[in-house]
Design a protein around this ligand. Sequence first.
Ligand SMILES: [Fe+2]
Ligand SMILES: [Fe+2]
Length: 225
Amino acid sequence: MGKILDVREMVPKDRHSTIFDTFRNLEPGGSFVLVNDHEPKPLLYQFQAEHDGEFEWWPLEQGPQAWRVRIVKRETAGTDRTITDYLQTDHRRLDGIMESFQGALRAERWEEASSDFREFVLGLRRHIRIEEEILFPVFEEKTGMIDAGPTFVMKMEHKEINELLDRILSSTDGHDAGAASEAAGALINILMDHNMKEEHILYPESDAFITEAERAQIIKKAQAA
Ligand SMILES: [Fe+2]
Ligand SMILES: [Fe+2]
């Protein structure tokens, strides 16, 4: 699916320029998957410095042997981005991977199902980490709502989501299509409702409580998660 740029065999000094050239040549909305042999954090910081607001950075694999990141050229670039826009875009992206996983599962293409699901788990656990470690503490501090507020409910649902992810992983690894698709159905049901509450209540409220500069900082930290 799409372009892959594997820089592992490339001379280190040529890597960054090749990556930035590839990015600049993308059509708006286009993307490529960068494959590297180490955590590409310095590259992310260079992107943030030189192409602030123009790209998406979605890790697909985070070691220990290979690091893969999907780098997208945003259709509408801009640094004045809302938390709602950033996290909603990630919800949609994860929905797409889930759909592809379900297609592979139905056809019992196990290798594809397993690699799709690994990307999904990594992406969703990272998304939850961004919410719980970066966004929710700011929301709780600004609103004073901690134990009975919306973040409390979201964290409980994250626990359920995590348990279902483990169930789907083990049934996919065990090539049990029935159990995997049943657990995937349960997960999709929870996520539909969960994501809707976040997109309609928690994210917009967060955007309302924090300044534009704080939003930009949160998104930068989230990209590095
Ligand atoms: Fe969430
Ligand atoms: Fe979310």
